[in-house]
Design a protein. Sequence first.
Length: 219
Amino acid sequence: MLATIGLSAIEVWPSNTPEDLDKKTHSPEEYVAATARAKCHAVYEAVLAAQAKPDATKEHLEDPAVVIAADTIIATRAGKILEKPKSEQDHVRMLTHLRDGRYHRVLTGVCVMAPKADASHPGYEIRGHVEDTKVYFAREEDGLPDDVIESYVKTREGADKAGGYALQGVGGMVLVEKVEGSVDNVVGLPVRKCLQLCERVVFRQGEEVEGEEDEEEEE
């Protein structure tokens, strides 16, 4: 999604951070924000560790310009957190639950980090945001019976997606009735807010922005 707006110099570093926070003690917003922040820290530290290796390649000898991490979950009307389906049966149950619940929220935690220009403690600037979008599924009586859900599951389109569906694919045509809020967020990343955070940590370091929560951490 970032490449489509001209940001082609992007390197993907997978995060191996376990996503195992206790869902019973975290609200959906807290859960997704903390997971994104943990991913951001893990990748930033992995890049720094790569610099220290004797065989480090040229592109790994400098600090990353900016690290962007994100995590997406589904929050049901009852506040239950849904991630990716674990099996075909779980996938069917998940989509059926979303249909019968009428609407749910797609929450994406975005966290960005960049080295501080003056190298002051803790050495980086970090900011985060949670984007919240409400998605309405079609009703069973309006064209979304069980057999349609089962057929969608067999396409495997949503097998690796939080909530088990892809708005940008067949799921957007057969499952979703309407979206309230950022469509980009449901597709995978709230691009506009992500770019705002990048500007904040790279070009406006140390500034206090009204209405923005400071996420800078003491190590």
